[in-house]
Design a binder for this molecule. Structure first.
Ligand code: NAI
Length: 261
């Protein structure tokens, strides 16, 4: 646990499901004040707020689309109006879809880039603007992926977006380090969330993914949430521009494991 997160105000985008939800609940367990941005009306945000409140934190939900500048501005304003500040911004919302690159439409390309990269940029920009104006030495966490590093055929738009997140994170870290604003990203491997539901429901496809993970299992959302609270806490006070890989070793060339190669 990280006592200095108590009372800190956190905005998490795409927090109605998956990793965003797990992070919202973990920040709640740290007794933070959590703004849960959700996207689709059927996402059960009420139960997230209940879990957070039961753990001693506070939660408030706001619908919004990260591709829309005015929605990101509304999320930050909601944090300030409801909880009085903004200390931590987690740009998590993201999408993917599989298409051979020769068939990828401009519409699909733009949709993924505007959600995964432009949406994260808008979240960074608005949070940094608020932190500068209010002299807050805040923390920003962007959700990248092992595919900021590992090429991914049929997901060129996704891989390009996450490669962009990496250099965006590093550039902003450099630019705002003098102000004490830390900007880092987390790069998960394969984690059990709705984004992978279809793949993991198929035992053959799931087996194929597990074979790429030296630790031999699909990660749990809580294992990513644990990275987020550490990065946001004062325990990581000297850490900026980092990509924290949480991937069971997926980026360590698993093909060379156990005498192969
Ligand atoms: P998920 O599908 O459960 O979560 C994505 C969330 O983003 C959903 O709640 C969705 O409603 C929301 N969202 C989509 N478009 C949005 C928009 N325009 N505005 C606001 N919210 C929007 O999947 P998961 O796994 O929790 O994904 C979270 C992040 O983690 C994504 O950025 C994803 O790329 C990244 N990631 C996930 C991995 C995994 O294996 N689950 C691996 C590497 C990265």
């Amino acid at each position: 646990m990280y006592p200095n997160l108590e009372g800190k105000v956190v905005v998490i985008t795409g927090a109605g499901t998956g990793l965003g939800r797990a992070m919202a609940e973990r920040f709640g367990a740290e007794k933070a004040k959590v703004v849960i941005n959700y996207f689709k009306e059927d996402e059960d945000v009420q139960s997230i707020i209940e879990t957070i409140e039961k753990a001693g934190g506070s939660g408030s939900a706001i619908q919004g689309d990260v591709t829309k500048e005015e929605d990101i501005k509304r999320m930050i304003a909601h944090a300030v109006n409801t909880f009085g500040s903004l200390d931590i911004m987690v740009n998590n919302a993201g999408i993917e879809n599989e298409v051979p690159s020769e068939d990828l439409t401009l519409e699909d390309w733009n949709k993924v880039i505007s959600t995964n990269l432009t949406g994260q940029f808008l979240g960074c920009r608005e949070a940094i603007d608020y932190m500068l104006e209010n002299k807050i030495k805040g923390s920003i966490i962007n959700m990248s992926s092992v595919h900021q590093e590992i090429p991914w055929p049929h997901f060129v738009h996704y891989a390009a977006s996450k490669g962009g997140v990496k250099l965006m994170t590093e550039t902003l870290a450099l630019e705002f380090a003098p102000h004490g604003i830390r900007v880092n990203c987390i790069a998960p491997g394969a984690i059990d969330t709705p984004i992978n539901a279809e793949k993991f429901d198929d035992p053959e496809l799931k087996k194929g993914v597990v074979e790429l993970i030296p630790m031999g299992y699909i990660g749990k959302p809580e294992e990513i949430a644990a990275c987020a609270v550490w990065l946001a806490s004062s325990e990581a006070s000297y850490v900026t521009g980092l990509t924290l890989f949480a991937d069971g070793g997926m980026t360590q060339y698993p093909g060379f494991q156990a005498g192969k190669g």
